[in-house]
Design a protein around this ligand. Structure first.
Ligand SMILES: NC(=O)c1ccc[n+]([C@@H]2O[C@H](COP(=O)([O-])OP(=O)(O)OC[C@H]3O[C@@H](n4cnc5c(N)ncnc54)[C@H](OP(=O)(O)O)[C@@H]3O)[C@@H](O)[C@H]2O)c1
Length: 263
């Protein structure tokens, strides 16, 4: 029970990463407030958690809308008295951003991931930090991918978006850690259980001619373990990083690439 009685807000909680982190946080004792753009997917995760004996409330919150994020966080404070952890698991479909060579890519498609990922993370972090400073404690978290540090073809503005998030993690920490707030990211290896990876495959399938199985083998061949990651492996690390046991970690992105990327 590493997160017993911690109040956690997860954005993009209806997605694969957000849902897995929410379930893992709940198993470790956190009280959850789940937010996402479409209410139905967030409701489904909350329902699962509650039927397993946990505490979760769902809300429709657009993480790109500063006022909506602010109102929702205030409602969390009103109900729970504080917010201890926020986790940004917002993501946009790969079909909108992947699969087009840069020389053919339009500016709008290039900018979309950069604007979406950096803005949602910034707004969530800023609004949460304003509440956390009062308690001189809190943890702000996000998820990125190895595109932040690798030149992977046909990924458009996704790499720059991931790099922007990781840079923001460092800057947020430099300003907030003196006030007791840790800021940490997770950079997981691709997870085949997720719709995101299936979309990444589909975006490249026509060009590469690979099957789904060949695609996974080719991704795994770049890491030491020669396999991809499970959602539960990622979520277990998220629990630890959110807990007080990780009190020495801030301003960093945990390298969960299983050896794809050297530190
Ligand atoms: N999947 C992987 O293998 C993997 C690996 C490493 C890192 N990551 C990172 O993890 C994050 C989440 O990925 P995922 O695979 O869980 O994606 P996902 O399943 O598509 O989930 C993303 C969630 O974000 C929500 N969302 C989108 N725009 C939003 C907004 N403006 N406000 C609130 N919620 C919004 C989506 O809701 P709607 O469906 O209603 O739009 C969806 O529930 C991404 O940053 C991704 O890069 C994923």
């Amino acid at each position: 029970m590493m997160l017993r009685d911690k109040v956690a807000v997860i954005y993009g909680a209806g997605g694969d990463v957000g849902g897995a982190v929410a379930r893992a946080f709940s198993r470790d004792g956190a009280r959850l407030f789940l937010a996402g753009r479409r209410r139905a997917t967030v409701d489904a995760v909350a329902k699962d958690i509650v039927s397993a004996g946990g505490s979760a409330e769902a809300a429709e919150v657009d993480a790109l809308d500063a006022q909506a994020v602010d109102r929702h966080l205030q409602s969390v404070i009103d109900k729970a008295g504080r917010v201890d952890i926020v986790f940004n698991a917002v993501g946009i479909p790969g079909t909108k951003i992947l699969g087009v060579p840069l020389i053919e890519l339009g500016l709008e498609q290039f900018s979309l991931p950069i604007t979406t990922y950096a803005t949602s993370y910034f707004l969530i972090a800023r609004m949460a930090a304003r509440r956390m400073v009062a308690n001189k404690s809190g943890v702000i978290m996000t998820a990125t991918t190895q595109h932040s540090r690798m030149g992977l073809p046909l990924s458009g503005g996704y790499g720059p978006a991931m790099a922007a998030e990781e840079a923001l993690t460092r800057v947020l920490s430099a300003e907030l850690a003196p006030q007791g707030i840790r800021v940490v990211g997770l950079r997981p290896q691709a997870m085949p259980e997720t719709g995101t990876l299936k979309e990444a495959f589909e975006a490249r399938a026509k060009v590469s001619g690979m099957t789904w199985e060949q695609f996974q083998v080719s991704l795994a061949s770049r890491n030491h373990a020669r396999r991809l990651m499970t959602l539960s492996e990622m979520a277990n690390v998220a629990v630890f990083m959110a807990s007080d046991k990780a009190s020495g970690m801030t301003g960093t992105t945990v390298n969960l690439t299983m050896g794809s990327l050297d530190d």
